[in-house]
Design a protein around this ligand. Sequence first.
Ligand SMILES: CSC[C@H]1O[C@H](OP(=O)(O)O)[C@H](O)[C@@H]1O
Length: 349
Amino acid sequence: MPTPDAIRWQNEQLELLDQRLLPSQTTYLPYQRAEQVAAAIKDMVVRGAPAIGISAAYGMALEALYLASQKDANWAENLSSARTILAASRPTAVNLFWALERCDPLLAKHADIAELAEALLALAQQLHQEDIAINTRIGDHGAALIPEDSLVYTHCNAGALATGGYGTALGVIRSAWRDGKLRGVIAGETRPWLQGARLTSWELMQDKIPVTLAIEGAAAHLMREQKPSWVIVGADRVAANGDAANKIGTYNLAIIAKHHGVKVMVAAPTSTFDLTIDGPDIPIEQRPSEEITHSRGNPVAPDQCQTHNPAFDVTPAELIDAIVTEHGVILSPDRERIRQHFADAGVKP
Ligand SMILES: CSC[C@H]1O[C@H](OP(=O)(O)O)[C@H](O)[C@@H]1O
């Protein structure tokens, strides 16, 4: 059975698959207001850079629909406040800000809130559908790099659950499997939120793609002993110099991969690029200690134990062999090659 949609518009409201409960429960939560969607992003009901951006766009549409229904005279001010609340939900995934910026011209264009609401909903649905098409193109471009009979290693979840559908890193894996190039996937569990254990292994098993779950601590051992051809990951923000922010632990994997001659692929749409900054300036989200000190509400560390819980790290471009977008492949990425990729694709950064 295919992975259920992370995001769906149904009965004139947004419904988000509560990813905190996967894989044991498939529960959709209903949303009617932007502030509720912002809380869903912050609390990781929905997560993954593209999925966060799409959800934020639906959040703007929901708020406009509500303001129109209330005939709110201060709708412009209230919609602007909603935008601010959505923008503050999580700092690292640049798709959040990219999606809100895609909404901005509509806010400037429409003087009627009912017309604006319809336009924002149409945009959110367009971004949602476009993302699925983009991911299938990323998948095909990335799969072309995978040798026959490959074992690959992936981290976190950059799958259908992190996007509008199909996935970025898992899109490459799905396309490579379709093309008969894979003999298997190693999925790192990805502490503390366990996206690899709870989400990626679940997605791949649903698709009957052979997946073996491993703890992150086994990564070096497995790369030496099992020799995967590629580490394939997603991204939350790719900087102008080619550095890529992704789930914490990605930088570790890139170092281990370099030591063992395993190639590293970052699969990301151009909406995940931020050409205004370099890697060291990417904001890294710090998440609550409880994600580390507790598991399902049970303590796994001493009470009041101090923690470090950065949700992301930045992998320098020199440790990345390829960045794959919907427009093709950037081999040995650097500032100039990224600039040229955008220019060749006719994409405005
Ligand atoms: C396709 S973007 C997926 C990206 O987002 C994840 O982070 P989080 O689960 O905290 O939203 C992780 O970095 C994935 O690679």
